[in-house]
Write a protein that binds this ligand. Structure first.
Ligand SMILES: *Cc1c(COP(=O)(O)O)cnc(C)c1O
Length: 362
């Protein structure tokens, strides 16, 4: 059981604490990825993903990608516009900025809708941008800005995009499984194995609407390796384009069995209950929230550092109590810290966070 300085509880936003069964699933015989031994697991994992998240395989497909969440994101962003297409990027945190950087790297025209990191985007401004930029084909957004714990209004963003006839690519790497989400509101949903899915790092995935996948097949390949059209074509035919992270996929299958058992709604409810419990504790200790609690996700709380205490001191004291906390990003590092509740935390671990913090700040 975690909870010691050597084997801590992880309060960082992924990788998260996983079950013993997920970690044990890594131990397999040596396997060739072109044999049924792997390919059957790949098919099962793709099928399980659609099933667990309630998607009809007649309308949805899924690509399983070796690489961290950013690999699936870069693949999805760089594959989803035509040769002349542009993209609106909603930017109100580090991860929205990362989407913009991906566009730059692939020479895709990005039209940013920048906003305050503590606020949801201005939907009228989004409508204005869409009306004045007919070359835009896609709106991209981050569901849960891990930078701060801010939730973006996916259904509203998707409605604006739909009304303007645009596709939506969503980074829900830290959202899926932790927040209520209607995946069918958007066209591509990008996620990873090692956050709310409680699997291990190294495999990521994206759900793609089949009607959009058909368009994507005709778009230019901007990358040899991160080419969504290639991944979909090969995996739909039961194969794999390159050597995948075989053992991590076994662990992901076990994590999906566990998610199926808990159900997605059950996991979202567990995350909501855990963050409510933690936030009540933070308030009792007199800690101050960085964003308006009305827009808080279920899994990250950004708190101001107590007066006169550096992040390093707080980190080291918490680590000594068996907890890993997380720094703020960029300039925020000097003023805030983050507590995530994403993994397989026990009730005692959650209660223990508050007593460890109380001791650390006293
Ligand atoms: C974690 C995360 C990513 C990707 O991170 P990787 O380190 O590549 O897995 C992207 N977007 C968001 C919102 C995230 O939380």
């Amino acid at each position: 059981m975690p909870g010691t300085p050597e084997t801590p509880w992880l309060l960082n936003p992924g990788p998260c604490n996983t079950s013993e069964a997920v970690r044990q699933a890594l131990i397999t015989p040596d396997i060739c990825h072109r044999e049924a031994d792997y390919l059957e697991i790949q098919s099962e994992v793709r099928q399980l993903l659609l099933e667990v998240f309630g998607l009809d395989s007649a309308e949805w497909t899924v690509a399983l990608i070796t690489g961290s969440g950013t690999a699936a994101l870069e693949m999805s962003i760089s594959s989803s516009v035509s040769a002349s297409g542009a993209m609106v990027v909603i930017e109100n945190g580090v991860y929205g900025e990362r989407i913009h950087a991906i566009c730059r790297a692939h020479d895709i025209e990005a039209i940013p809708l920048t906003g305050n990191w503590r606020e949801q985007p201005d939907l009228d401004a989004l409508k204005g941008l869409l009306a004045s930029h007919p070359e835009v084909e896609v709106v991209s957004a981050v569901h849960h800005e891990t930078t701060t714990g801010l939730l973006n209004p996916v259904a509203d963003i998707a409605r604006c995009a739909r009304e303007a006839g645009k596709r939506v690519v969503l980074d829900t790497i830290s959202g899926l499984g932790g927040e209520a989400l209607n995946i069918e509101d958007v066209d591509i949903t990008v996620c990873t194995a090692n956050k709310l899915l409680q699997g291990l790092p190294g495999v990521s995935f994206c759900f793609v609407r089949r009607s959009f996948a058909a368009d994507i097949m005709g778009y230019p390949a901007r990358s040899l390796y991160l080419n969504l059209a290639n991944y979909l074509a090969k995996q739909e035919a039961g194969g794999t384009p390159f050597t995948p992270a075989v053992q991590i996929t076994y662990a992901m299958r076990q994590a999906l069995y566990e998610l199926k058992e808990e159900t997605v709604a059950g996991r979202v409810a567990r995350m909501a209950a855990t963050s409510a419990k933690l936030r009540a504790g933070f308030t009792r200790l007199g800690l101050k929230f960085y964003i308006d609690p009305a827009t808080h996700s279920n899994t990250i709380t950004t708190l101001y550092l107590p007066e006169g205490m550096t992040y390093e001191t707080l980190h080291d004291r918490m680590r000594a109590s068996g907890y890993v906390i997380y720094a703020g990003q960029g300039d925020l590092k000097k003023t805030v810290f983050r507590i995530a509740n994403m993994g397989a935390l026990t009730d005692d671990a959650v209660t223990g966070v508050i007593s460890a913090l109380e001791e650390a700040i006293s």
